[in-house]
Design a protein around this ligand. Structure first.
Ligand code: MRU
Length: 352
């Protein structure tokens, strides 16, 4: 097993468009779709055709180049203005995962200083491709650091999808699982289904089966009792935004898992690249949580799952307070409390 082995890639540059695996069609259909307009890039991010914090960062960064090609700015000033508009539009497609805003701002900052519209386009593409490459390498390192931290842990509980479909490499939390498997260590995964959009059932189960890794699916509500049985060695999850004090936003249901893990005395890790740290946000209270359509809760497989007229509340994420987290597995190593250390390491990495 190798981190570059996954084909087709989740996000790729096709010369004149972004190509993504349309994750809304999985596990039934594996289809690559072309995003050759900014409207298509934004729509794909919003409807979760491409999803997972690092993957939407990569798609958004490449989407900046799609936007420049579409708008064909005639002068340097026009190209700079286009970059600013595109960063606002694409960066606002989903609010919680900071990787998206971070990636489009990085492309804008890298390209804006160039002296011609052509050079701006060239530099924007080079920076977007760097973001893709860096995330692949960050995933590899996260896997290795996680493997060292969790040697001897064979049975892992996870939530949502944090693997090859969610990143530009082999994943974050699932990267740890892949690193263990690549090293020939025994590893098995319990995956929560992740209602309402079933990223665990549709995506994590699919990609782990493809990789030949032992995976057992559970309903989200079965996690606390599974933890209580003592069969889980560690919980490892991804992150969408980590505030300066370590509070961590991730797929809704993560907070409940952290509480259940604490009660059961099971170690609880977040695995994320430093691009997921948002040091401008002091604590989890200030993290914007994406609210999605009630229809996602009120339907199941396209059929109504509730009586007409009932209300639904559908936050896509929740925030786990830092004191429930054993450690943050990053490409720099595993950060442990106290949180001043977390912040210092993240600041050094992001040169904030
Ligand atoms: O709504 P999604 O599917 O984009 O949510 C994804 C998650 O919550 C992941 O855990 C997170 O983005 C980390 S992916 C490495």
């Amino acid at each position: 097993m190798h981190e570059g082995e996954f084909s087709p890639p989740t996000v790729a540059w096709a010369g004149d468009a972004v190509e993504i695996i349309d994750q809304t069609l999985l596990p039934g259909t594996l289809r690559v779709v072309r995003l050759d307009t900014v409207d298509r890039v934004v729509d794909a991010i919003r409807r979760l055709a491409v999803r997972g914090a690092p993957a939407i960062g990569g798609a958004g960064a490449l989407g900046m180049v799609v936007g420049l090609d579409e708008q064909r700015p005639a002068s340097t000033d026009e190209a700079r203005a286009a970059l600013a508009r595109l960063a606002d539009r694409i960066g606002g497609a989903r609010p919680t995962a900071v990787n998206l805003r971070w990636a489009v701002d990085r492309v804008r900052a890298a390209a804006s200083g160039e002296r011609t519209a052509e050079a701006i386009r060239e530099q924007a593409l080079a920076e977007a491709l760097r973001i893709v490459d860096e995330d692949r390498e960050a995933c590899r390192r996260i896997g290795e650091h996680g493997r060292a931290e969790l040697s001897g842990a064979t049975t892992i509980l996870t939530h949502c999808n944090t693997g090859r479909l969610a990143t530009l490499g082999w994943g974050t939390a699932l990267g740890v699982v892949y690193a263990k498997a690549a090293a020939g260590e025994p590893v098995r995964v319990y995956a929560c289904e992740a209602r309402p959009l079933l990223q665990g059932a549709r995506l994590t189960a699919w990609e782990l089966l493809q990789a030949g890794i032992d995976v057992t699916l559970i309903a989200d509500s079965a996690a606390a009792s599974l933890l209580h049985t003592g069969r889980i060695d560690a919980v490892i999850l991804g992150a969408d935004r980590i505030a300066a004090n370590g509070d961590t936003a991730n797929k809704v249901g993560t907070f409940s898992l952290a509480l259940a893990a604490k009660h059961a005395g099971v170690r609880f890790y977040t695995a994320a690249p430093t691009s997921t740290f948002d040091l401008a946000t002091p604590s989890g209270d200030a993290i914007e949580i994406e609210l999605r359509s009630a229809d996602e809760v009120l339907t199941f497989q396209g059929q109504p799952s509730a009586p007409p007229g009932v209300a639904a509340w559908n936050p896509a994420f929740d925030v786990t307070p830092h004191d429930l987290i054993t450690g943050w597995i990053t490409e720099l190593g595993v950060l442990h409390p106290p949180f001043v250390e977390v912040e210092r390491a993240a600041r050094a990495a992001t040169r904030d």
